[in-house]
Every structure is written in structure tokens, then in C-alpha cells.
Design a protein. Structure first.
Length: 234
């Protein structure tokens, strides 16, 4: 496996796809602190996202994805001036029989779905401490192409309960996480440490070579060092 795939195996990633939310009119919801990561994609319309303690308000449009990684409470809103309500309780109160959360009427209709990732607690800091608290992948980004079909599948899977839904949702969530991290690594400000190294064309290739043949002594003169040096110098 390549280094990023091996990290996912080591972290024992477990993913959950939460309910689809369809809303309209002015609203604002606050969600509590969480463990590890939250993610989501916007299927229709737009909404605002911000993290407790931050002045930054990010407007998400249809096709955009987000990843939250520092565990702080966060808010979604159609209107940043709307009164903020308890998101978890509000969603529970508006959960429909088909599994979709619906509320509001009128303009500013928006729809989206999200979920969370939980890692092995002993190793989660390896990844979380190298990521910014919020990653946004815009639909307009060239790195978002792989996320477009994932969002369409999430749309289909959250329309109504289906057999095997939990298995499909977990696989979709993993696809989303990998591609958000890929997009982050391809930006002008990649992560630090080993995660940032994977995004460097030269260092990343060297790491992939070493992971592909861990038994080789890459420090010894000869083919190991020559292959490594060739990868770095290309």
C-alpha cells in the first residue's frame, strides 16, 4: 500500500453518514463539540459555516465539501443574523419518517448531508494535529472532480432508507475523506509533517518507493540509494 492508505489502516477509520438536511427560510443551528472529524457536502443552495471562537464565516455553495478537525462546536446557518438554536435537538424534532430532516419554508432553500469520522484514539493525533481546523473544497476546484460522483451517490443514498445503506454510507464517507485530503495536499498551503511530505512530488514519490519495499536497505549504496535519489531529483 501507499503511505496514506497505510495510515488509514493504522488509524482504523470508522465513518458514519448522518441524516440529509433540507431547509428553507432564515435559520441558524449550533452543533456541540465532537471527536475527531466532521464532514459534509452541499447538494443544493448555500449555507454559512463557522467554528466557535472564530470570526471567519464561510459560505458554502452547491457542490462544495467541508472537513472539520479540531473538535470545537460549530454552526450552520442560512442567515448569520438568525437566532442560533440547538442543532442536535432541532434535527431530532424535525426528522421525517423517510430519514430526512426537513424544516422551514420559502426562499433560500438548501440541502446537504454530512457525517463523522472516528479513529483509533491511540493514533488519531498523528493526523489531526497536522490539519487546519477547517478544510473547504470548492466545486470549482480542479481537485474536486473525484468528489462530484461521491456527492451524487450521497444524494441517492439519503433519499430514502435502503438495504445495505450503512455499508454503502461508510464506503462513501471514506471516499470523501481520502479525496478531501488529496485536495488539501494539492493546495498551495499543504499540511506539515509527513502529511505535507506526501503532497510534495519528489518527497512523496520517495516515500511511496520506500513503502513499496520496506525490506530494502535504502541507506546502503547501490540500487536502493540510486532509486531513491533518482525519484527525488526528477
Amino acid at each position: 500500500m501507499d503511505p496514506l492508505s497505510e495510515i488509514f489502516v493504522l488509524l482504523k477509520v470508522r465513518s458514519v453518514l448522518s441524516a440529509r438536511v433540507e431547509a428553507a427560510g432564515p435559520w441558524a443551528l449550533r452543533f456541540p463539540a465532537y471527536r475527531h472529524m466532521k464532514f459534509g457536502g452541499i447538494m443544493e443552495g448555500s449555507r454559512w459555516l463557522w467554528i466557535d471562537g472564530s470570526r471567519e464565516r464561510v459560505k458554502l455553495e452547491a457542490g462544495d465539501f467541508y472537513l472539520l478537525s479540531d473538535g470545537r462546536a460549530y454552526c450552520f446557518a442560512s442567515d448569520v443574523a438568525a437566532p442560533v438554536r440547538d442543532g442536535s435537538r432541532f434535527m431530532a424534532d424535525h426528522l421525517c419518517p423517510d430519514g430526512i430532516v426537513r424544516f422551514g419554508s420559502g426562499p433560500s432553500r438548501t440541502a446537504g448531508a454530512g457525517g463523522r469520522f472516528v479513529f483509533d484514539a491511540d493514533f488519531s493525533d498523528w493526523l489531526l494535529r497536522l490539519l487546519p481546523p477547517m478544510i473547504i473544497v470548492r466545486r470549482s476546484s480542479s481537485h474536486a472532480r473525484a468528489l462530484e460522483p461521491a456527492l451524487e451517490l450521497i444524494r441517492l443514498e439519503t433519499q430514502a432508507p435502503r438495504p445495505g445503506a450503512a455499508a454503502v454510507a461508510a464506503s462513501l464517507a471514506s471516499i470523501v475523506l481520502v479525496n478531501i485530503l488529496r485536495a488539501h495536499l494539492a493546495t498551495d498551503a499543504p499540511a506539515a509533517g509527513w502529511l505535507g511530505a506526501l503532497g510534495d512530488p519528489k518527497i512523496g514519490e520517495a516515500l511511496r518507493l520506500m513503502h513499496a519495499d520496506v525490506a530494502r536497505d535504502w541507506a546502503e549504496p547501490g540500487i536502493g540509494r540510486d532509486t531513491y535519489t533518482s525519484a527525488v531529483e526528477q
